[in-house]
Write a protein that binds this ligand. Sequence first.
Ligand code: CAA
Length: 273
Amino acid sequence: MGGGIAQVLAAQGHEVLLNDVDEARIRAGIEGIAKRLDRDIEKGRMTAEQRGEILAHIDPRAHLHDVDVQLAIEAATERLDLKLDLFRFLDANTPPEAILASNTSSISITVLGQVTSKPANVIGMHFMNPVPVMKLVEIIRGIATSDATFGAVRDLALGLGKTPVEVRDFPGFISNRVLLPMINEAIYALYEGVASVEAIDTVMKLGMNHPMGPLTLADFIGLDTCLAIMNVLYDGFGDSKYRPCPLLKQYVAAGWLGKKSGRGFYDYAGATT
Ligand code: CAA
């Protein structure tokens, strides 16, 4: 999602530093952006010159020590230990007035803020996948997030052509508190043999007008991310209604993580699992 976020910021003329765990991943991020912009040119929505301008606003950076930025948006894997380390690092390596935002799907903004010297400047800026297409940005206020930080991030989201929605910092926020239990229930229905993968997805697509069935969407989000979010809901509320389905756990243990690993509820070589 980091590449998508960089793309929408650069398209509005913001200067973006794009970082990842290694240079190969940074390159892959830039290539993904370039490919999406090529599609826009093919469809007549953009000129080659505009594509060049957008890419020129993105500076690939393998290291982020002492960077002069107004805002950092973290979009790492959904793991608390990793995000805590990143927030400590960003706190030490960005100007004191910088806003530190997380694209987390469910991890507490209050907890991330607490490991920095400035929890008032820490906020959730949760984009939806695919970022260039989806209009929503869920903006999560940690308990210490200031009005100034909230206002700046809301205005930025509006400037990107997105619709910001303010949400308080409780497990799963709104998007994943509602979405993930629905996906988990679809996985339970499969686990219990109520219907096939295709049947479950067809019911939700044609019956509820969802653009993707829940199992297709789970593969698209990543089954590891789905499991991580269910665990945050389960731990955060201490309520058994959020227990992750054993089949979801088994798929993740097998490395069947969905589209990104080539296999999830669907086989991306063609056949259904
Ligand atoms: N990146 C950029 N653009 C993309 C894209 C991608 N990965 N995938 C599709 N698009 C664009 C296409 O270029 C196309 O644009 P135009 O019509 O302007 O040419 C448009 O999206 C529609 O694409 P398609 O016609 O190929 O396919 P579609 O009509 O099925 O739409 C979709 C694709 C937008 C992804 C649609 O299926 C959809 O809305 N799916 C649900 C997405 C969703 O629920 N996202 C939220 C996931 S949860 C999340 O992100 C947060 C979390 O915390 C887990």
